[in-house]
Design a protein around this ligand. Structure first.
Ligand code: PLP
Length: 453
């Protein structure tokens, strides 16, 4: 995007060294006229996650799963850091290509694609896609015969929040040989195997099992005379909340060990499709208490308070309907204020629009703010506008270090960066030229994620 054409939503607010993202959150909440719910996105957190990924899993090139959170600042940041992208639809492909990302950095990771989306991918030079069924092979032969195909197999974690295997992935023993044979006989090129163990996985062994099964499928393909197998895609599922790093360390260990055992040759490229890992902890939601209702017994004693905030299950909290629990806290530190039994409700007229039940909160004034952390994954992406409730806007912040790291990497330009509200106007002067040491990333341009494919 040319300098001067940056939309307000695409701006990144640069903090001075003495300010933190929390200061910016308060500054936005306290700014004149601010009533709508909004997200604070900490860009440093995404940069840190990429540095951690590259340190722990140097062989595995991440392709960010766009569906998880397609906010422009997330896509810009990951594109600037050299990530690849997992797109599941024409719309997601369009969005990523609009950033100037090369189609070679994208995998169309949706085993059941509408014909128009396949045609679009073919027309834009995107030639890597997953499949798990025969019909898809016939569709692809008709619409995009040069597409390189990745066979998605099913291998479910025993402990994951959301199982995807119920919908996608063929059986590696019963179905994979037949599908490989059909692809070969249709003259299609199968280049690899993918899996997704389930979103929010807590079981590192799930990756070891799946990698072992993928090895089996590679061997079956070799037995069928298929020489083109060069890609292993270990999917998503990695948790991404603030305290999840120990789980990630164990997963990385398990993955590295399994790759060394089953795919020791560098001839096989390894990619992944993390979604929530990159974004969960980077986003904090602030929602405004616009109404409340006191619940009293027959004697007039206060039994509880119902608070109504301006984001709910038809917005960022959709996953409440899937038994995910969200825990908020008031922005204002309650100190020693007495706590009262409370419930927190969303803004629509629907009775299921309830976010928290039977929680202890201090008495909150109308206009005060509730804050929800680790809200980056499958929240804003699932927001609707039922009852005319707007989708919360994203207010992005970065440290000066991150600003220096990103400001000259496409798709960012200088025009994307502006002083933060908390820090005032002066600190983004050219005098700030310290190299970005703390985040552990070099300024060297990363290798293109699509290079080796
Ligand atoms: N890849 C595919 C094919 C998916 O369906 C998903 C999530 O639905 C992801 C990657 C991202 O998964 P996660 O956010 O759990 O990392």
């Amino acid at each position: 995007m040319a300098s001067g054409q940056v939309e307000p939503e695409d701006l990144v607010h640069v903090l001075s060294p003495k300010h933190r993202p929390e200061d910016e959150l308060r500054a936005v909440c306290n700014s004149t006229g601010q009533e709508d719910a909004f997200y604070l996105c900490d860009v440093d957190d995404i940069v840190r996650k990429m540095a951690l990924w590259r340190r722990l899993l140097p062989r595995v090139r991440p392709h960010y799963a766009v569906k998880c959170n397609s906010s422009r600042v997330v896509l810009n940041t990951l594109a600037a850091l050299g990530a690849g992208f997992d797109c599941a639809s024409k719309g997601e492909i369009e969005e990523v290509l609009s950033l100037g990302v090369d189609p070679g950095r994208i995998i169309f990771a949706q085993p059941t694609k509408p014909a128009g989306h396949i045609r679009y991918a073919a027309g834009r030079g995107l030639d890597l896609a997953t499949f798990d069924n025969e019909e898809e092979l016939y569709k692809i032969r008709a619409l995009h015969p040069k597409c390189r195909l990745v066979l998605r197999i099913r291998s479910d974690a025993e402990n994951a929040k959301f199982c995807l295997g119920v919908k996608f992935g063929c059986d590696a023993v019963r179905e994979a040989p037949r599908l490989l044979r059909t692809a070969r006989d249709l003259g299609l090129q199968v280049v690899g195997v993918s899996f997704h163990v389930g979103s929010g996985c807590r079981e590192e062994e799930a990756y070891s099992r799946a990698i072992r099964t993928a090895r089996h499928v590679f061997d079956v393909a070799a037995g069928l005379g298929i020489q083109s197998m060069k890609l292993l895609d270990i999917g998503g599922g990695y948790p991404g909340e603030r305290d999840d790093e120990p789980v990630i360390l164990k997963m990385a260990d398990a993955i590295n060990t399994s790759l060394a055992a089953h795919f020791p040759s560098a001839d096989v490229d390894v990619i992944s499709e993390p979604g929530l890992y990159f974004v969960a902890s980077a986003f904090t939601l602030a929602a405004n208490v616009h109404s409340k209702r006191e619940v009293r017994n027959d004697f007039g004693d206060l039994e509880g308070v119902m608070y109504y905030i301006n984001d709910g299950v038809y917005g960022s909290f959709f996953d409440t309907l899937l038994q995910r629990h969200f825990v908020g806290r008031p922005l204002q530190d309650p100190g020693d204020a007495p706590l009262v039994r409370s419930s927190v409700w969303g803004p629509t007229c629907d009775g299921v629009d309830k976010l928290e039940e039977d929680v202890l909160l201090p008495l909150l004034e109308l206009g005060s703010w509730m804050v929800y952390r680790s809200m980056g994954a499958y929240t804003i992406a699932l927001c609707g506008t039922f009852n005319g409730v707007p989708v919360p806007k994203v207010h992005a912040v970065a440290s000066a270090e991150t600003w220096l790291l990103l400001k000259e990497r496409a798709p960012f330009t200088d025009a994307h960066f502006t002083p933060s509200l908390a820090s005032g106007r002066r600190h983004t002067s050219a005098s700030l030229v310290e190299p970005p040491r703390r985040l552990g990333l070099s300024l060297q341009a990363p290798t293109q994620a699509g290079d080796a494919m």
